[in-house]
Design a protein around this ligand. Sequence first.
Ligand code: URA
Length: 266
Amino acid sequence: MDIISLAKGGTMTGRSVYHLDLNDTIIEGAAVALLPGDPGRVSEIANTAPIERAREIANKREYRSWLGYIGQTPVLVTSTGIGGPSASIAIDELAQLGVRTFLRVGTTGAIQADVNVGDVVVTTGAVRMDGASTHYAPIEYPAVAHHDVVAALLCAARELAVPARPGVTCSCDTFYPGQERYDSFTGYVPRRFQGITEEWRKLHVLNYEMEAATLLTLTSAMGLRGGCAAGVIVNRTRSEAITKADLELGEGNAVRVAALAVSYLI
Ligand code: URA
């Protein structure tokens, strides 16, 4: 392990970060980052209008980074991997390099009957069913999106005629038991999660995903701007099956909305 790259201040020429394999020279002062979970989606997002002229600048573990531009302004796209722990590393290290606005773009399962596949949930606040956020702020601390990012996402969705659903998201550390899925290997959901989806539904939670609470707690606690756009790929009140067509629709809408929102934020 390279102690220099782990240390605060990094190299002689500036700061570098270990897990993302990035430094402040290569990101060219980018202050905004789009954060998908999936490294396989990074190149497509970095080439979504109005972002252009994108190229790969790092690829290590689950962290793949491309740098593109809106006009002359650099925009980073970095994958976080799945879940809070890996997302927390990405957010912390990007903040160390000077990124100040973080926009997660991902997929989600809706738990309200009127939130449809293809809609984009714009998270205003997240239920902290993750663990990573508790290492940055006590559980009483709210996981809230920055109003600038929420406004930018809603404007972008309106501009693109994509249905947007602002509201509360539940972020879990697990896809199966934490989101009360019974179609797992054992089929068993521990008692603390049995019936929890109905409770969230009654409390007007819109959706489940796995990173928003970590992102929004960290960005709020660090005094930075954070937000989350998640394309609905399944409606759990109707089906548990995630089809390729639904994935493409939900993912595609979220990516277009998030990329345009970045242009309002820079
Ligand atoms: N991602 C999740 O975490 N849950 C879903 O249901 C869909 C995407």
